[in-house]
Design a binder for this molecule. Structure first.
Ligand code: Q46
Ligand code: ZN
Ligand code: ZN
Length: 311
């Protein structure tokens, strides 16, 4: 297989795009395409300050690398979850994130949940029992809250995450199976800013997971290979496996599924009943983030439960 641009031996063959590229042209193609998506979906402009949520994984570190190469002002945010799982997961992912930031002379903010709130994510999950065995519900809620908080407090215009096409297609698949109208309404490459919350963007949402793996490896990014130990057996991994089977039989099916959804929603062809509840958001009385609850947001309500009782 030869590179379409120079005729040298290809390093990456993308069947769904009918495109094969050598290493150098692939490393050019991914940032070019990312730039195209940023413009197409009007994610941000060159003068805006971007906060990239980095986990130490291939997607978020590659996203940071790409945005900086494209000349954007992008700083990183690492959230220390305190997850060990026998593989020292959080320590190792933090070490690799710091290494990347130092090597590239980039600014990285670190928030450690245990230092901030007195409990790690697994401990918080145990105490509140929201996780019922798995800490993922507590973890997701806490990460969202902290990303919003830091972006707002430090005055970033945009919060960027490294979700790839496989992530987005799996979420879409799950939301379609249950026809979760309000989630379907909110899913997309850009979630506009609302009172006190920065705009959220996903510049990698049109790249397959293996395209991002190829980018990280060819670029020489040192990332954490292990998944979070709590990801094992999750619904999203199950949906990804199903979509991978479909993709193997019909190359391009995942991309078509996601892009047709975006197009159908944009054109009004797909009618999703708006959630009237969502229209009644107001600031949490403790942290100021928007919530549909009458006083405290879900995160602050959870933290109330773990507050030590005065003696
Ligand atoms: S939610 Fe669950 Fe992830 Fe948190 S506890 Fe690990 S698997 S990191 S995206
Ligand atoms: Zn080439
Ligand atoms: Zn709150």
């Amino acid at each position: 297989m030869k590179c379409r641009k120079c005729g040298e031996k290809a390093s990456v063959n993308m069947r769904q795009h009918k495109l094969a590229l050598c290493k150098d042209h692939y490393l050019e193609w991914i940032p070019e395409q990312t730039d195209r998506f940023i413009k197409k979906y009007q994610m941000f402009s060159p003068d805006e300050r971007i906060l990239v949520a980095v986990s130490g994984g291939k997607d978020s570190l590659s996203l940071w690398d790409i945005l900086v190469r494209l000349g954007f002002h992008a700083d990183g945010l690492y959230i220390g979850l305190g997850i060990d799982g026998g593989i020292n997961y959080s320590n190792e992912s933090q070490r690799l994130t710091e290494e990347f930031a130092n090597q590239n002379n980039l600014k990285l903010h670190i928030v450690e949940i245990e230092r901030e709130y007195g409990l790690s994510i697994p401990a918080l999950s145990m105490q509140t029992q929201r996780g019922l065995g798995k800490p993922c519900a507590v973890c997701g809620l806490t990460k969202r809250h902290e990303m919003n908080r830091i972006a707002r407090d430090l005055g970033y215009d945009v919060l960027a995450t490294g979700h790839n096409l496989d992530d987005e297609a799996a979420v879409l698949f799950g939301n379609t199976l249950t026809w979760s109208a309000d989630y379907l309404l909110r899913q997309g490459p850009v979630l506009p800013a609302s009172d006190g919350l920065s705009r959220k963007v996903k510049p990698l949402c049109r790249f397959y997971e293996r395209e991002m793996t190829a980018y990280a490896l060819l670029r020489g990014i040192n990332y954490i290979y292990e998944e979070c130990p709590h990801a094992v057996g999750s619904t999203s991994i199950y949906y990804k496996e199903i979509l991978n089977q479909i993709e193997t039989a019909r190359p391009g099916a995942k991309l078509t599924f996601y892009l047709r959804f975006l197009e159908a929603r944009r054109s009004g062809e797909l009618f999703v009943e708006p959630n009237l509840e969502a229209a009644h958001l107001h600031p949490c009385t403790n942290c100021g983030q928007l919530t549909s609850a009458p006083d405290l947001c879900t995160f602050c309500r959870m933290m109330e439960k773990v507050k030590p009782t005065p003696v």
